[in-house]
Design a protein around this ligand. Structure first.
Ligand code: 6GU
Length: 227
């Protein structure tokens, strides 16, 4: 999977080269490039934004600059992800869908966002015919200073679903937030007693049917408590 991230703060995305993802890149499973949006400007001040038509607070990112940046990385089958708190909320199901893509392009917006004509332009049937899709995505109901951290969250959730990226593929099957919305049961390891708290007796019983039943009840209780 090719991943391109476009941002005015490319240094902010340095953690993408670390640990799990660094290994996945060395193994040729993912290929992550970070691009500086300002390198697609042509004026002396490297301007990326301007005041909004219709008035109001803040600045809007320029469509010409984003158009050049996106054109430099786009290919047949690209998924363009515009990061904005106004987008559709990211979840495990979306991560699974996106993990099948040949290329993800993350457009990290800052200020009040990107001129909407960028989304409109790449939504055109000419791009759809090339299997290029644009989506606006948020990672939750709170406002961040920009899309950079949101892109990192999405990249971590998506790339770990690519076969071979995760050390132990069994942990994918049993996970705490699979796309059916199942929440995992509490886990315990050694020692059997810690600071006066014992591991639930049932887990020491060796009765696999009873253990499965207990875990399912605990998972339901967690889901209810989190409401
Ligand atoms: Cl994708 N961007 C910003 N700026 N804030 C957010 C977000 C994205 N998702 C949640 N809050």
């Amino acid at each position: 999977m090719k991943i391109d991230v476009i941002s005015i703060f490319p240094e902010y995305l340095a953690p993408l080269q670390l640990s799990l993802l660094g290994k996945a890149q060395s193994a040729g499973l993912v290929d992550i490039s970070v691009h500086d949006l300002r390198s697609f400007t042509h004026d002396n001040h490297n301007t990326v934004d301007d005041t909004p038509y219709g008035g109001g607070a803040g600045m809007v990112m320029l469509p010409q600059v984003w158009g050049e940046a996106l054109d430099s990385v786009i290919a047949d089958g690209s998924e363009i992800i515009i990061l904005t708190p106004a987008g559709k909320t990211f979840n495990q199901k979306m991560a699974e869908e996106l993990s099948d893509s040949s290329q993800l392009i993350f457009a990290c917006g800052r200020y009040e966002g990107i001129d909407d004509r960028v989304r409109q332009h790449y939504s055109h049937s000419e791009y759809a015919a090339r299997n290029i899709r644009v989506r606006e995505v948020s990672i939750g109901d709170y406002v961040l200073g920009g899309g950079e951290v949101a892109a990192m969250v999405m990249i971590e959730a998506i790339t770990r679903l690519i076969p071979g990226v995760l050390g132990n593929p069994d942990s994918l099957a049993e996970e705490s937030h699979n796309s059916e919305g199942y929440l995992e049961y509490p886990n315990f390891t050694k020692p059997q007693e810690w600071r006066g708290i014992s591991v639930p007796e049932i887990l020491l019983s060796g009765n696999h049917a009873e253990i499965a039943k207990w875990r399912s009840q605990q998972a339901d209780k967690r889901a209810k408590d989190n409401q």
